[in-house]
Design a protein around this ligand. Structure first.
Ligand SMILES: [Zn+2]
Length: 312
């Protein structure tokens, strides 16, 4: 076996990676045994999702400090399906229920998920760092990045009204309640959805706790990366780093904002749980109509003069 001397900084980085990517993992190496030492449901990294291992669902009927053991039916040696369905959004519930449980009374162990034997190797750590480096796109605070962002918005495959909305949200010029207050309009700035916080642009479109169920379905990674963003522009910049997500992101914001406007004037609105399906339908419909644009009406036929038939 060869030995290498590694710089301290690299060692620290690898150590933090092991902490981040270690823990309980998918596959046969990640089994819960029901013994002590199980992770905390809401505080530890234990979900088998490479983009975000922490639970993002809000606690419903279980204590915030409960351990994963509370989700296991120890008599039946299976996950407590009803408890899980009642407390987690569907994508997290599916992730949890797919984790195999052990029937043996062995202790849980920490394994490295990128090797079959669960043991860390420099090679797998190196590849992980390389992948992360490739996915790390340039930071977005300078002018050229700003121009690129706006150019990217105009290039999205979404209706123009949606591009316009995203541009206005990014430049914080939407008539959110807080913005109206800034213009001296005497209204209650509290968010209609949660009734908890002032409705700023970023709150109405991203931060409102009621929207977690919407964003968590396709944008868990974005929640993890920007979390409590201070502006919608921050969210936009980070989302734009993964270009293939932007169309869906923009359409989702549009659905959320339209729903918010309808709610404000007392119109009936669809439940937030339906936003993702509606977004998907609208996007499909738009893309379909872009592929098959309606044919322009053909010009009316002009009668051509013909000489009268000769007689005799
Ligand atoms: Zn709210």
């Amino acid at each position: 076996m060869s030995c290498f001397k590694l710089p301290v900084t690299l060692c620290n980085e690898i150590e933090s990676l092991i902490k981040k990517f270690g823990g309980v993992n998918e596959g046969s190496k990640g089994k819960f045994t029901g013994l002590s030492g199980a992770p905390f449901i809401y505080h530890d990294n234990w979900l088998p999702d490479p983009s975000c291992k922490k639970v993002l669902s809000t606690p419903q009927f279980i204590n915030n400090h409960e351990k994963v053991l509370a989700l296991i039916d120890n008599e039946q040696h299976c996950w407590a399906q009803e408890t899980i369905d009642a407390n987690f959004v569907p994508c997290e519930a599916s992730l949890i229920k797919a984790i195999p449980l052990s029937f043996d009374d062995c202790r849980d162990v920490i394994t490295w998920p990128l090797n079959c034997d669960g043991v860390y190797s420099v090679r797998s750590g190196y590849h992980l760092l390389l992948d992360m480096d490739l996915n790390e796109l340039p930071r977005t605070s300078d002018l050229s990045n700003s121009k690129r962002l706006w150019k990217g918005i105009w290039g999205l495959r979404v209706p123009n009204r949606v591009k316009n909305l995203i541009w206005r949200a990014g430049s914080d010029s939407l008539p959110s309640k807080s913005n109206l207050r800034k213009r001296k309009i005497p209204i209650d700035a509290t968010c209609l959805n949660c009734g908890l916080e002032p409705e700023t642009t970023v709150h109405a479109t991203w931060l409102c706790p009621s929207l977690v169920q919407v964003w968590i379905v396709h944008f868990r990674w974005l929640i993890r990366e920007v979390g409590m963003a201070s502006s919608f522009l921050d969210v936009l910049y980070r989302c734009a780093e993964r270009r293939n997500c932007m169309d869906f992101f923009a359409m989702t914001v549009s659905q959320i904002w339209t729903r918010r406007n309808r709610l404000r004037v007392g119109d009936a609105v669809a439940p937030l749980g339906m936003i993702n399906q509606m977004t998907s339908d609208n996007l499909q419909e738009f893309l379909q109509s872009s592929l098959n644009p309606p044919k322009a009406p053909s010009p009316p036929k002009v009668a051509k003069w013909m000489p009268p038939p000769r007689v005799g």
